[in-house]
Design a binder for this molecule. Structure first.
Ligand SMILES: Nc1ncnc2c1ncn2[C@@H]1O[C@H](COP(=O)(O)OP(=O)(O)O)[C@@H](O)[C@H]1O
Ligand SMILES: [Mg+2]
Length: 448
């Protein structure tokens, strides 16, 4: 089918795209508030491409997008390659013809690269070196790769004991940044965030203890890179089979949740040629193929962009970027993988992207730190062109995510209240000397 697609604004149209081949947006870790997959479904769906996507449950807000032709509800074990392969083969059977496969989380990107060969008759996807996505997504392996290739990065260590962790802190100094090496195994890490800042020795002891108890994850300690506003950068791109990045975009993370250490809530597209060249050169050396999203921080101490995080897949805020030909990364990947030319263009400067359900909460955090007031918050939202959830032509995901956020908040509150209600029971001594019957043993305090 040939489709002529015209955008509402004055930019040149994307013309004569063959939209016959379906696309599958693959996410295997449960996270109903993840918006990257929704952006991809909308971007491809608006071109008329039949889009299918994988969701954790029937109430996943992104699953309600009108741009989806089909949905699969599934929470597989990310470590069970057989289960993943079987599930994808079932989806392929339903679709009935080869589809472009777009992973949107680390777990699916690593699985597809390492175990995807048998899926090739049914799915079309890039072919980077098999172990490359794991070496990039694992924060310690990425650090070692940076060291080997001479890429600027923050000094890091993988302590195997508390003493080693304390030794690293003594050498590098506090604060430190603590990260979980494999984010795609976060499910095992309970309440631990993937990235936290550690200010004191006591916090280090506490964090180390909690990590030891979190099965299947490993703690990475990293030098803290001081920065000011506008020093957190990202690079988003699509590399073709020759590892040529087209298109490539750079932008600034303006706000995150939690403040300064978390997911992007507000981002802006800003051209940075030096950074773009630095990353493009690295991608060629790595023989990277596919979509990528990199976080960096500019370090004023030595005037270098330090690589912090390499996501070998579509990043959540990828819709921040589009070129003047109307091409974003999902479209570029689709076109290239289906053998079509990627229309050339230059990045549209000054685009803004906001995660509207998180940014007000993030802004409160910045306000508490004295870094933002209501007026500067309002000003910061000027020129925001893209919202993570709200789209006038596709309202259901936004409605559902608001409901689900509300429910999530109430649920957390109930949990907190009921925890508080039971806490005194555990704090009360359960044996009172002098009142126990003769011969009775004191009961054990059951406080966890
Ligand atoms: N070593 C560091 N020093 C200072 N800030 C950091 C450091 N590492 C991460 N950050 C901050 O935390 C954010 C998230 O870190 P990142 O490594 O990308 O983790 P995640 O896996 O959560 O995306 C970064 O964009 C940056 O703002
Ligand atoms: Mg990151």
């Amino acid at each position: 089918m040939q489709l002529i697609f015209r955008r509402a604004d004055a930019r040149p149209p994307i013309e004569h795209i063959d939209t016959e081949t379906p696309a599958v947006i693959l996410k295997i870790l449960p996270d109903p508030f993840y918006h990257g997959g929704l952006g991809a479904s909308r971007s491809l769906g608006r071109l008329g491409i039949p889009v299918y996507s994988v969701h954790e449950d029937r109430l996943a807000p992104a699953a309600s997008s009108r741009y989806l032709h089909g949905r699969m509800f599934w929470t597989p074990d990310p470590d069970d390659a057989d289960q993943l392969r079987q599930g994808l083969l079932r989806l392929a059977a339903d679709i009935g013809r080869p589809a472009v496969l777009i992973p949107v989380d680390d777990a699916s990107a690593v699985f597809v690269a390492e175990h995807g060969d048998e899926l090739r008759p049914w799915f079309i996807f890039p072919a980077p070196p098999h172990n490359l996505p794991r070496r990039l997504a694992d924060k310690y392996l990425m650090y070692r790769m940076c060291r080997e290739l001479g890429v600027p990065c923050a000094t890091a260590a993988l302590p195997t004991s508390l003493a080693e962790a304390q030794d690293f802190a003594a050498r590098i100094g506090l604060p430190l940044v603590a990260k979980l090496t494999c984010q795609w195994r976060r499910g095992h890490a309970g309440a631990l965030r993937s990235t936290s800042v550690i200010h004191t020795r006591e916090e280090l002891v506490d964090y180390y203890g909690r990590c030891e108890q979190a099965e299947g994850t490993t703690l990475l300690l990293q030098e803290y890179i001081p920065a000011g506003p506008g020093d957190d950068w990202f690079f988003h791109g699509y590399c073709d089979s020759r590892s040529t990045c087209r298109p490539a975009f750079t932008g600034i993370k303006e706000r995150s949740y939690p403040p300064h250490f978390g997911v992007t809530c507000l981002g802006r597209s800003v051209e940075n040629e030096r950074l773009r060249r630095q990353i493009e050169e690295l991608l060629t050396r790595l023989s990277f193929h596919g979509i990528l999203d990199i976080d960096l921080r500019w370090d004023a101490r030595d005037d270098q962009y330090k690589l912090l995080d390499f996501n070998p897949r579509l990043g959540a805020q990828f819709r921040l970027f589009e070129n003047t030909a109307g091409i974003d990364l999902a479209r570029a990947a689709y076109l290239d993988l289906t053998g079509q030319a990627i229309p050339a263009g230059v990045p549209v400067a000054g685009r803004g992207f906001v995660v509207e359900i998180l940014d007000p909460i993030a802004a409160l955090g910045y306000r508490r730190r004295g870094e933002l007031d209501v007026r500067s918050w309002a000003t910061s939202l000027h020129g925001v062109t893209e919202k993570a959830w709200f789209a006038a032509d596709d309202l259901a995901p936004f409605g559902l995510v608001c409901l689900r956020m509300g429910w999530h908040g109430v649920h957390r509150q109930i949990n907190r209240i009921s925890r508080d209600a039971v806490r005194p029971r555990y704090l009360e001594p359960r044996y009172r000397p002098g009142r126990a019957p003769r011969g009775a043993q004191p009961e054990q305090d059951e406080r966890p």
